[in-house]
Write a protein that binds this ligand. Structure first.
Ligand code: SF4
Length: 329
């Protein structure tokens, strides 16, 4: 890993301006870095702002959403200062994203070969023949057998796992510096999930990419992520190296998430739950955004939202239970 982050997000705010002057703060003051060769997981329930963070980094936020503040720097390039045309060329070349359901990203009326070669020709300006050869090589790289035949097939002829492999082939076709994988295995069978995650890890190592893994699955985080950021209410509420975060969990929300997954070593036969649901992002509580669900809520949590503080050099938390340096308040 080098000292220079491939991606640096600083105080990012993505807001949606809704009817009746409601403002949905989908991403609110989010900051993080990703280094080359590193897998960073972004975890949280649906509606916590994870996917919108990924889409913001890709500059794919649609109306009525808007990035209203902050900065996104990709390899020292200020992404928010670029024109749409320039961003289109960066997207696919330097930064790529794969989604939960590859069928929505693949075009059903074009063959797999057409779709991969089109991306290659657009970004790499190479001949048709060279693009075809590269596409076959990419299909081999992502573990697709009979690559030459698959080039002539259509997305509906492939299984979900194979379609996701094709999407990964397209995403890595220009050797991006950063890959954002948004719930890449959620729609797949359990046995295929592990294969796809192994493939992503393998490609990340080979290509030296940074990988932002967006997931709700803490099992996936444990297996694959170097660092974890837990997101709630459009904000990162806890961040650390994976082992430290899972062992020395601080934030009550992270604690709730961990209690809600099965532990093979535990004799407890009923899983924990977090009461309530994530509030809509135009209706967060006034103070701490987790205050209406938190079992430790205090008077001051209702009045103000805590800042992120450092409790060890590698561990940050947003909660009034802790003071800078890690002592309990
Ligand atoms: Fe719970 Fe208060 Fe911490 Fe928020 S700040 S997570 S309400 S203890």
């Amino acid at each position: 890993m080098t000292n220079q982050p491939v991606l640096e997000v600083d105080n990012l705010k993505t807001y949606f301006y809704l009817e009746d002057e409601k403002v949905a703060k989908a991403v609110d003051n989010v900051s993080f870095k990703i280094y080359p060769g590193e897998t960073v997981a972004l975890v949280g329930e649906s509606g916590s702002g994870k996917s919108m963070t990924g889409l913001s980094v890709m500059r794919l936020v649609k109306d009525p959403g808007k990035i209203v503040d902050g900065s996104i720097t990709l390899n020292q390039l200020d992404l928010l200062a670029l024109h749409d045309r320039e961003v289109t060329s960066i997207r696919g070349n330097d930064i790529a994203m794969i989604f939960q359901e590859p069928m929505t990203a693949l075009n059903p009326v074009f063959t797999i070969g057409n779709q991969i070669t089109e991306v290659l020709r657009k970004h790499k300006k190479i001949s048709k023949q060279a693009a075809k050869e590269k596409a076959i090589e990419l299909l081999h790289m992502v573990g697709i057998p009979r690559a030459k035949e698959i080039m002539k097939e259509y997305p509906h002829q492939l299984s979900g796992g194979m379609r996701q492999r094709v999407m990964i082939a397209i995403a890595i076709s220009c050797e991006p510096k950063l890959l954002i994988a948004d719930e890449p295995t959620t729609a797949l069978d359990v046995t295929i999930q592990a294969q796809i995650l192994e493939l992503l890890e393998d490609l990340k190592r080979k290509l030296g990419m940074g990988l932002l893994l967006i997931t709700h699955d803490l099992g996936v985080v444990y297996e694959y992520a170097d660092r974890v950021m837990v997101m709630y209410g459009g904000q990162i509420v806890e961040h650390s190296h994976t082992k430290e975060l899972l062992k020395l969990t601080k934030h009550p929300y992270t604690e709730g998430l961990l209690k809600s997954i099965p532990n093979m070593d535990s004799e407890v036969d009923r899983l924990g739950t977090i009461k309530g649901i994530v509030p809509p992002s135009y209706q967060f509580p006034k103070g701490c955004r987790f205050s209406d669900r938190c079992p430790y809520v205090m008077e001051k949590c209702i009045k103000s939202n805590p800042d992120m503080i450092k409790i060890t050099p590698n561990h940050d938390v947003r909660c009034f239970l802790y003071a800078e340096g890690g002592n309990k308040n």
